[in-house]
Design a binder for this molecule. Structure first.
Ligand code: HAM
Length: 422
């Protein structure tokens, strides 16, 4: 085939008709489970103000320093959203959502954009589903958030994963820890990567997230934040762990888990899968008790997570899990001649109104070609109509799987199919 003149951008992917049923099936599961948890859906624009993302996610993070798609138009600075926590917080503040009362339990599904180097499981436009619970500092909120995340994978049948858990502390605990970390790293700093040296002063905890080989020996032996948590953070974290145990959700402690955004406080978690290869993070999240204030809202504790939908799809493929049933159509109208085509056109709506899916040939093809097309479309029945059938008011209904045929009036056909298929 000749190379097309226009193609998608690097790392951006079309979801074609063969794939979209999987996406719809997954989205339906998310909507259903969210309803069971009494979470409400939020949809925000694809573009946000650059400043929000820089402040929200953090200037020194990879996302902001390397990966955002940003542009200017007039006086406005736009960014394609790389994640939805900061935008949801922006919406919460902008619409005074705390006035709705109680905690806001908001879930979302949608595309995100990060200018990363594409590889399997890593795209520049990818999709997340996620949840943000605003207004509660109760460890119950952390655990409900994790339980919702796990429930989606459980329902789909993905069971093989590792929930990594950490507490990154509150500002007080973190200051004490950062000092200890700097004291520990300082003597070896000149042997560490350039990036880690850059992070040393402003954000030494991000060094723990370094993937650079030369940093690993120092990271391995670094002090752990658990030893620096103040009583409140410690108590909070203990409760999270206890409640997870109460729900039978197993986890492994990962004292070096810091996550890729600066907004986290206390609980941080990541769900990884051995079925994913190098991009093994299925989902991640944590608490961000200071972010609402940081972007100009009232002091509001919050916790949330987001999950990569492409990665979930890859895990399903690896495990042979079919998210969607095979596509089918209930009735394919096979037409012979103009009068039959016109009859089909006016009887398609009646069939659909009866709750059945129905289609016909749009290309005036031969009967043989139409039967072939009906098979390709996975039609359960064909309704064959020509001049004779129109004169008699009786049509041939063919069960495609059984190869059985019956001659019935249109009303009888609808009644029969309704009984069989609905
Ligand atoms: P994140 O860890 O950056 O967290 O992203 C969550 C998930 O999105 C990842 O675990 C991964 O599955 C998927 N993901 C991230 N980047 C890509 C990519 N380039 N291609 C494919 N999938 C990707 C957040 O976004 C936070 N907002 C989560 C959160 C919500 N924290 C609190 N509330």
């Amino acid at each position: 085939m000749p190379k097309p003149k226009y193609t998608t951008h690097l790392g951006m992917v079309d979801i074609l008709p063969d794939e979209s049923p999987k996406w719809r099936a997954l989205e339906q599961i998310i909507h259903e489970e969210a309803a069971r948890f009494n979470f409400e859906e939020i949809r925000t624009p694809i573009m946000e103000q650059t400043e929000l993302i820089v402040r929200g996610v953090g200037q020194l993070t990879d996302i902001v320093s390397k990966e955002i798609f940003a542009f200017e138009k007039g006086d406005s600075h736009y960014v394609l959203r790389p994640e939805l926590t900061a935008p949801v917080v922006r919406a919460f503040v902008e619409h005074h959502m705390q006035q709705r009362g109680g905690s806001q339990k908001l879930y979302y599904i949608g595309p995100m954009f990060r200018a990363e180097k594409p590889q399997k499981g890593r795209q520049r436009q990818f999709h997340q589903f996620g949840l943000e619970i605003l207004g509660s500092d109760d460890p119950i909120a952390d655990v409900e958030c994790i339980a919702f995340m796990m429930r989606i994978y459980q329902r789909i049948g993905i069971k093989n994963f590792d929930l990594k858990l950490n507490s990154v502390g509150d500002p007080e605990s973190r200051e004490a820890y950062k000092e200890a970390l700097r004291d520990y790293l300082k003597p070896n700093l000149d042997q560490m990567s350039e990036l880690s040296q850059k992070r040393f002063e402003k954000n030494p905890m991000r060094i723990l997230d370094s993937k650079e080989e030369e940093d690993q020996p120092f990271i391995e032996k670094a002090p752990v934040i658990q030893d620096y948590l103040n009583d409140e953070s410690k108590e909070h974290f203990e409760k999270v762990k206890t409640y997870l145990g109460d729900l039978g959700i197993s986890y492994t402690m990962d004292p070096h888990l810091v996550r890729g955004m600066d907004y986290y406080t206390r609980t941080a978690f990541e769900l990884t899968s051995p079925d994913l290869g190098s991009q093994d993070a299925l989902a991640g999240g944590g608490r961000y008790d200071l972010l609402v204030e940081e972007v100009g809202g009232p002091s509001t504790p919050a916790v949330g997570f987001a999950a990569g939908m492409e990665r979930l799809m890859i895990a399903c493929e690896e495990l042979g899990i079919e998210l969607a049933e095979e596509k089918k159509v209930d009735v394919y109208f096979v037409t012979l001649g103009d009068a039959a085509r016109k009859w089909a056109l006016t009887h398609l709506p009646k069939t659909r109104e009866a709750g059945l899916s129905a289609t016909m040939d749009y290309m005036s093809r031969s009967m043989k070609a139409q039967m072939k097309d009906a098979n390709r479309e996975n039609a359960l029945y064909t309704l064959i109509v020509g001049d004779n059938e129109l004169n008699e008011g009786k049509f041939t209904l063919r069960n495609m799987k059984e190869s059985e045929e019956m001659s019935l009036s249109f009303e009888e056909i609808i009644e029969k199919l309704n009984k069989k298929l609905l």
